[in-house]
Design a protein around this ligand. Structure first.
Ligand code: SF4
Length: 334
């Protein structure tokens, strides 16, 4: 398998001026990822841990107050990797939607409320597809919707005439019109009922199967990861704290935070109170020293509050940042 998206030591912070004082929110703080082709790659963690910011940076879109301070984001071009952060706006324009696309949280922001869906599709196609007349572009949009099991007549609707779930599916269709190699999906099922959630997830799976591409799926919902992700990482306080195949993550979680995330999932027929992590996620302005999870961790030791554990491979393909499992690349595993 080939790498299609790679992050190297990414640091991206929000720099704000609040009451005349500089405030720095360390949303993405030293993230490394190596994402392979043909899979659904899940990024999990509670709200406020930096998942959405990470997706924006992977899309090489850091608008102020977000700034990328360090690191690289690589996209594959033939046999080489391009650092997206160093590309100019024209190079990036060519790669966006053809190589990498982004499905934002909340489909309403994608569409102009006073224009028919058709005009959003046409504007999009006209800016990316050369030498085709309007009729041909519309035919392309209709064919794409049909392939995804959606009715082409949706193009004649205004956004408010569609349900939230249908609008989300149409926004996914728009983001995948040009068959991108990588799709970044940010909480694509937020605010949808269970039936609409299912339809959206089925659509994403269908697209992944058709295109054999990679979907990077951000959601706090571990049940969704269990259902559709093949590989996943857990994010906490701007860092990746665990990585494994989804099956391994759910059967053999190492990090105490991951165990809480899994244990808090409801299970049919199990009436016991689900146990979630005590306390709240830390402030990203002034994260705790050492392991950022230590104020909430029942297994924390003195070392945890003073020294940050490295991200180490404990078993094949399963990595964790926790002193319980060595925690230092040069350390020992007991
Ligand atoms: Fe808990 Fe320490 Fe592991 Fe952090 S490093 S998760 S505080 S045991």
């Amino acid at each position: 398998m080939k790498t299609v998206l790679k992050a190297e030591n990414l640091r991206a912070f929000y720099v704000l001026q609040v009451a005349g004082r500089k405030k720095v929110i360390q949303a993405v703080n030293g993230v490394n990822l190596d994402i392979q082709e043909d899979q659904v790659y899940g990024i999990a963690g509670e709200s406020g841990c930096g998942k959405t910011t990470l997706l924006k940076v992977l899309f090489a879109k850091a608008d102020p107050p977000l700034q990328i301070f360090e690191g690289a984001v690589y996209y594959r071009e033939n046999d080489s990797l391009l650092n997206a952060i160093e590309l100019d706006s024209e190079q990036m324009r060519k790669l966006r939607w053809t190589y990498i696309s982004y499905i934002p949280q909340g489909s309403m922001s994608v569409f102009n409320p006073v224009k028919k869906i058709k005009s959003t599709f046409l504007d999009f196609l006209q800016s990316h597809v050369q030498n085709r007349v309007k009729k041909e572009l519309l035919a392309l949009a209709e064919e794409h919707l049909r392939k995804l099991g959606l009715y082409p007549r949706l193009l004649d609707a205004y956004p408010h005439q569609l349900s939230g779930g249908m609008r989300q599916r149409v926004s996914i269709a728009l983001a995948t019109l040009l068959s991108p190699r990588v799709i970044l999906a940010d909480e694509p099922t937020t605010a949808l009922d269970v039936v609409a959630q299912r339809a959206v997830l089925q659509l994403l799976q269908e697209i992944q199967k058709q295109l054999k591409n990679t979907i990077v799926l951000v959601t706090h919902d571990m049940g969704i990861h269990a259902n559709i992700a093949t590989h996943m990482v857990i994010m906490y306080a701007g860092k990746i704290v665990e990585e494994a195949s989804t099956e391994e993550m759910f059967t053999n979680p190492f990090h105490p935070y991951t165990r809480y995330l899994i244990n808090s999932l409801p299970r049919i027929g199990d009436k016991r109170v689900r146990e979630s992590a005590p306390g709240n996620p830390p402030s990203l302005v002034d994260p705790p020293p050492g392991c950022a999870f230590h104020p909430r961790c029942p297994e924390a030791t003195e070392l945890c509050s003073s020294k940050q554990p490295d991200f180490v491979e404990v078993s094949a393909g399963h990595k964790v940042a926790c002193w319980l499992y060595g925690g230092a690349n040069h350390g020992t595993f007991t």
